[in-house]
Design a binder for this molecule. Structure first.
Ligand code: SF4
Length: 166
């Protein structure tokens, strides 16, 4: 099957799920439904191509490790929502945009170039805690345990979206 051949039913199913999960988590999908469903289609295409739903507006490398920060919802969604009222693709928008109190404007790319991303990987300080502390890079949830959870209990991000915090 060609990854680009996405039937409308699959788009509707994912659109419904993302809408429900966004509202349950205090987020909002862009109310421009045709625009949003086109992004949802892009997520499905990328999931088929790479095995994970990388950002439909960014070029993925095809390696989960290297694309981890742009698996939707990406690490940059929340700071972009705070600053611009929308994520880079405008799949997610703030309440102010949703209510028409703020205008949707282009969001500049926040993702650093790869060399910079690698240089930013944290050097862990020695910790006196009995367990390592893990941080979800998507929502900031923290937990102290031997390994990060399989799925973030707050935003449902997968285990590989966690980083060692302490
Ligand atoms: S910018 Fe981030 S949150 Fe928005 S569609 Fe792309 S990956 Fe998802």
């Amino acid at each position: 099957m060609n990854a680009e051949d996405v039937d409308q039913e699959a788009i509707e199913r994912l659109y419904e799920r993302l809408t429900r999960e966004a509202e349950e988590g205090g987020y909002h999908l862009n109310p421009d439904v045709p625009f949003t469903k086109n992004l949802v289609r892009g997520l499905i295409v990328n999931e088929r191509r790479y095995g994970y739903p990388s950002c439909p507006c960014r070029l993925a490398m095809g390696s989960r490790e290297r694309d981890r920060d742009i698996i939707c919802p990406c690490d940059y969604r929340d700071p972009d929502l705070d600053q611009y009222g929308a994520c880079y693709c405008a799949l997610y928008v703030s309440g102010a945009i949703l209510r028409g109190e703020r205008e949707l404007t282009p969001v500049p790319e926040r993702r650093p170039p790869m060399a910079e991303r690698r240089a930013q990987e944290p050097v862990l300080p020695a910790s006196s805690l009995p367990w390592p502390v893990w941080r979800c890079r998507v929502c900031g949830y923290l937990c102290a345990r031997t390994h990060p959870p399989e799925v973030c209990p707050i935003c449902r991000a997968t285990q590989d979206r966690f980083e060692r915090f302490l």
